[in-house]
Design a binder for this molecule. Structure first.
Ligand SMILES: [Cu+2]
Length: 346
């Protein structure tokens, strides 16, 4: 069904606007419903304000890249006279046309997104690139910071998409440079691992005050592929195709609670008090007669898996995680069965 998008202005990337309004109203867009298609308008100023047309010609907005957190799905971007645009599921890029000869002190960029099915206030960091190469990263957490990220508040009952798609990413891309969640720091402490190292494995920023994490080990598998979850009538199916695995190995994979941004999330359980494993959990499997078999990588490192259960997954089931094969030789207490890749279902 086509839903007419609402149009909301994100006063987001604008310190100038903040001077005229309270910071909260300048940077937070309120009242968008869960799983609603919404038009977001970004008002992007040139700073410092140019004094002359020549100043503006030398220092104007060349590009804007907006990133959306897990759960959002970009559905469209809108070209303007001066800018073309492109998008994928969680990123929109506006790029100035090389043929354009007019300059604006404020540009407006519009994208349509489908909001997540779970309410909350979401940050959507934006990178502004000027024509002279200056870059401004609008990604700060607080609206009082120098470069606050645009924020969108999503309200309403939790809702689940009927068909949710995802792409697998390797571990080091999942954190995307965001602050390391406290759960991950706690997990590191519980395992006796340096939190900076553990956060770094997932691509999170190191915890405040800790030294920068060492570069991740160079042996990470470049795991990619697609996932699809379908809720229909009285059941749920998952289907995955994964590339970049070690040929001949069997990996476990599960539907998990939460997003890939939470690498401590539990398996999704239909009956939260019920037993572990299928049929109370949903695991994609390469053996259709054995839902617990796991994903078998073929000689080129590709695995296909399928799973089906007779219940409908609640909206909180939002990620499929792939784990390292169990290593029987691993010393006790070591990081066995570690997570190695994940797909957010949106
Ligand atoms: Cu799992």
């Amino acid at each position: 069904m086509f839903r007419r998008p609402m149009r909301v202005v994100i006063g987001a990337t604008v310190t100038a606007l903040a001077a005229m309004m309270t910071p909260a109203s300048a940077h937070v867009t309120v009242g968008v419903n869960t799983l609603a298609v919404t038009k977001l308008v970004y008002r992007v100023p040139v700073e410092p304000a140019p004094a002359t047309p020549a100043d503006l010609a030398a220092h104007h907005t060349q590009k804007l890249v907006v990133d959306y957190p897990a759960g959002f799905k970009v559905t469209k971007c809108y070209k303007t006279t001066d800018f073309t645009c492109s998008f994928d599921v969680d990123t929109v890029t506006f790029t100035r046309l090389s043929t354009s000869t007019t300059y604006e002190t404020v540009d407006f960029f519009t994208a349509a997104v489908r909001t997540p099915g779970i309410g909350g206030t979401y940050r959507t960091p934006a990178l502004q690139v000027y024509s002279d190469g200056v870059e401004v990263n609008w990604k700060d957490a607080n609206t009082t910071d120098p470069h606050p990220a645009p924020q969108i508040r999503v309200n309403g009952p939790d809702r689940a998409p009927k068909v949710a798609l995802g792409v697998f990413k390797p571990l080091s891309e999942l954190g995307a440079g965001n602050p390391c969640p406290q759960e991950v720091i706690n997990e590191a402490i519980a395992m006796g691992i340096d939190p900076a190292v553990h956060c770094g494995h997932f691509g999170f920023e190191p915890p405040a005050g800790s030294p920068p994490a060492p570069p991740p080990p160079g042996n990470e598998l470049n795991i990619r592929g697609t996932a699809k979850l379908v809720r229909s009538g009285h059941h749920t199916t998952v289907e995955v195709r994964v590339t970049g695995l070690m040929p001949g190995q069997v990996y476990s994979a599960h539907l998990h609670e939460g997003t890939c941004g939470n690498p401590t999330s539990p398996h999704y359980k239909n009956d939260p008090a019920g037993p572990d494993g299928p049929p109370n959990e949903l695991w994609p499997s390469s053996d259709k007669n054995d839902p617990t078999f796991g994903l078998l990588a073929n000689s080129t490192g590709v695995a296909k898996g399928f799973g089906r259960v007779d219940w409908v997954a609640r909206p909180t089931a939002r990620a499929i995680w792939i784990h390292q094969p169990e290593d029987p030789a691993a010393p006790p207490g070591s990081h066995v069965h570690a997570r190695i890749a994940c797909a957010d279902l949106v």
